[in-house]
Design a protein around this ligand. Structure first.
Ligand code: PEP
Ligand code: MN
Length: 348
């Protein structure tokens, strides 16, 4: 549960003193964000793109921090970066999606912290491996850092979509289930890849009770040296933030509470029925496994599997349950059934 909403805003990269000053001033006047973000070291997938201005950028960020009273935050990817941040009085940093995937780097960075009084924001790794994300979070918690945030920035899209990264909302939801006290914020910019999707993704994050947003904003997005298409002007960002609908995760309305309790009771009953039915179904699957084995027949019976998929998809009312979802469930059940029968075949 979030006690407060954290807004992190600023350009993808530090480009010049003029650029950070202009952007920070506009953001401060319009939104007064909790953190001003800007990367000085940019981990690009391929060499040759803009890789950041380096250490000089820290000097400029220090000016922003001092002149505008904004806490600045940048990406750190090595122990050397941590030493440099300390030299410029910067005590907030994020670990990027590429670095999080490397436990050696994450451990090295957390070891380099001499003072645990820092704000560390940990992005999800590029690929949807929640354990890697959790591992990085644990390394900083174990290093004594109290202010650890997770940033949901979406995952590599294995299939083509309109978004730069697919949100896979179930992953941050699972993270919240396992770490209820952790502050999870959303980075709609890197999920979207294009400013036109940022408002919707931000609202979705808020509806899922996330604790804040990290959004890229540049005073002249068309001139940005990195991630040009996804950077909003401070005014565009303000318009989005102003239009967000914040909802509480609870209400004291009694009628609502009664209705909700009644509906949840029904859902509880159905969930237990589903479990009973699945157990029953798997018993039959096991029996069939024994039968196939004793008659020397293969586990996979393609015709039967095709018939199951077609008949179940035809049976379901597409208005009530999506075909895509039903297919996924059938595939999961089928996979589990094959595994059980494989075990039966393996037994003496
Ligand atoms: C960024 O925030 O600019 C960035 C490089 O993000 P990510 O690590 O999520 O790709
Ligand atoms: Mn970026």
């Amino acid at each position: 549960m979030c006690k407060e909403f954290t807004l992190v805003a600023g350009p993808c990269s530090v480009e010049s003193l003029e650029q950070v000053i202009h952007t920070a001033k506009e953001l401060k006047d319009k939104l007064s964000p909790d953190f001003f973000r800007a990367g000085v070291w940019k981990p690009r997938t391929r060499p040759g793109s803009f890789e950041g201005v380096g250490e000089i950028g820290l000097e400029w960020l220090q000016i922003v921090q001092h002149d505008f009273g904004l806490k600045v935050i940048t990406e750190a990817g090595s122990a050397d970066h941590i030493d440099k941040l300390a030299r410029y009085d910067i005590n907030s940093f994020w670990i990027g999606a590429r670095t999080v995937a490397n436990p050696f780097s994450v451990q090295e960075i957390s070891n380099a912290l001499k003072n645990a009084d820092v704000n560390v924001f940990i992005k999800n790794p590029i690929h949807p491996d929640i354990e890697l994300w959790i591992g990085a979070i644990e390394r900083f918690i174990n290093a004594g850092v109290k202010n650890v945030f997770a940033i949901h920035r979406g995952f590599y899209p294995y299939e083509k979509t309109h978004l730069r990264n697919v949100p896979r909302w179930e992953i941050p939801i699972e993270l919240a289930r396992r770490f209820p006290e952790l502050k999870i914020i959303c980075d709609p910019s890197h999920i979207a890849g294009d400013t036109k999707y940022i408002a919707d993704i931000s609202q979705k994050a808020i509806d899922l009770n996330m604790c804040g947003l990290m959004v890229e904003s540049h005073y002249q997005p068309e001139k940005a040296l990195s991630d040009k298409n996804q950077q909003l002007t401070p005014q565009q960002l303000k318009n989005i933030i102003d239009s967000l609908v914040f909802r509480s995760d609870k209400t004291s309305d009694d009628e609502y509470k009664n209705l909700l309790a009644g509906l949840r009771d029904k859902i509880d009953v159905i969930d237990y029925q589903l479990i009973d039915m699945l157990e029953h179904r798997f018993k039959l699957v096991d029996e069939i496994g024994g039968l196939k084995k004793s008659h020397n027949v293969t586990i996979l019976q393609l015709e039967r599997w095709k018939t199951i998929v077609e008949s179940r998809l035809n049976y379901a009312n597409a208005d009530n349950i999506s075909r895509e979802f039903l297919l996924k469930i059938l595939q999961m059940i089928h996979k589990e059934s094959i595994q059980r029968q494989n075990e039966i075949f393996g037994k003496e």
